[in-house]
Design a protein around this ligand. Structure first.
Ligand SMILES: Nc1nc2c(ncn2[C@@H]2O[C@H](COP(=O)(O)OP(=O)(O)O)[C@@H](O)[C@H]2O)c(=O)[nH]1
Ligand SMILES: [Mg+2]
Length: 308
């Protein structure tokens, strides 16, 4: 099982890894001494992977200092130093989960249109089901009828129930119904698919607040988790988008989708650095099984590892 995860993660990170190693492979495999200018390559590679200029510069400055002082003298010492710094950065963005709270557990999935919210809800539902957790989906993107239909198609495929109302219905009412249904059927968790677009951004934020309010009123500690979905192919623009989306305040973690279609996987690092949020899941394809729980060390290793 762990082998499959790693294979999928590597496939998802293929473009990022390839571009990255193209730039730093030579440095990593150097047999001679490491000079400060060898770190420049790493800095460029991080920027190219959309890890963010600030982070790349900070990390490179620190490494150059260590090279100059003689703390790092060879490639064999350079790679573990980078690895440690990146893992530490990712660890630092994780404040851990919230306290358990009442039942059913309510998970809210938010984000800009087209980032992959609906697909992610379906993928998480499948994961939960496999783990023996019962779920119900709430079709709270009532802005377009097609959005509800899309969720229903996925729900049927995963074989989980979905609560929906007519197009234009109040999303908070859908969530209220879903919580009531979960309660009466003894279901563990409500997964809420939300809209990414409304007539105005202010309307969208107001709607999300109302959904949160209803959840909080109905279940202690709800929503237990708010996941912000970001599209990796948009790279650092996705970070700006997340800030603009304005939802980062109440967000607990990020789902980074479409890692399979981009060399911008370094955005995982920018998310930790800029948004100070942990990545919880990564999407590595359009299929129902193409969602992986994010493992910081595996990610860093997949990025830095040189194939023998
Ligand atoms: N390649 C790839 N495509 C994805 C991934 N996640 C979602 N998508 C695709 O992105 C598109 C938008 O997804 P959707 O769930 O409808 O986004 P929403 O508007 O946020 O609900 C769909 O074509 C999905 O198949 C992923 O991890 N990898
Ligand atoms: Mg959707």
């Amino acid at each position: 099982m762990a082998g499959t995860f790693l294979k999928k993660l590597k496939r998802g990170l293929f473009m990022t890894h390839t571009e990255f190693i193209e730039k730093v492979g030579e440095t990593f495999q150097r047999t001679g001494p490491i000079e400060p200018q060898h770190v420049d390559r790493l800095e460029e590679a991080l920027i190219a992977a959309d890890a963010g200029v600030g982070l790349a510069t900070r990390l490179a400055d620190d490494l150059r200092r260590q090279v100059r002082s003689g703390a790092i003298t060879s490639a064999a010492e350079l790679r573990p130093a980078i690895r440690r710094t990146l893992v530490e950065l990712l660890d630092g963005a994780d404040r851990g989960g919230r306290p358990a709270g009442g039942r059913p557990r309510v998970t809210l999935v938010v984000g800009v249109n087209g980032t992959g919210k609906t697909t992610t809800v379906a993928k998480i539902a499948k994961r939960r089901k496999e783990a023996g957790v019962t779920v119900i989906l709430a079709a709270a993107d009532t802005f377009r009828a097609a959005a509800v239909d899309q969720l229903m198609v996925w729900a049927k495929r995963v074989d989980v129930p979905v609560i929906h109302q007519r197009e234009g219905a109040d999303p908070a009412a859908v969530v209220f119904d879903a919580i009531a249904a979960a309660r009466s059927r003894g279901i563990d968790e409500v997964l809420v698919d939300t809209a990414g677009r409304l007539h105005t951004r202010a309307n969208l934020m107001k709607e999300l607040e109302k959904v949160k309010g209803v959840a909080a009123r109905e279940v202690a500690g709800a929503p237990h988790e708010v996941l912000l979905v970001l599209d990796a192919t948009t790279g650092s623009n996705g970070i700006a988008q997340a800030q603009q989306f304005g939802a980062t305040a109440g967000v607990d973690g990020v789902v980074l989708t479409k890692l399979d279609g981009t060399a911008k996987g370094g955005v995982v690092l920018a998310i930790a650095e800029t948004l100070k949020l942990p990545v919880r899941w990564v999407g590595v394809g359009e299929g129902i099984d193409d969602l992986l729980p994010f493992d910081r060390e595996e990610f860093v290793d997949s990025l830095l590892e040189i194939e023998a």
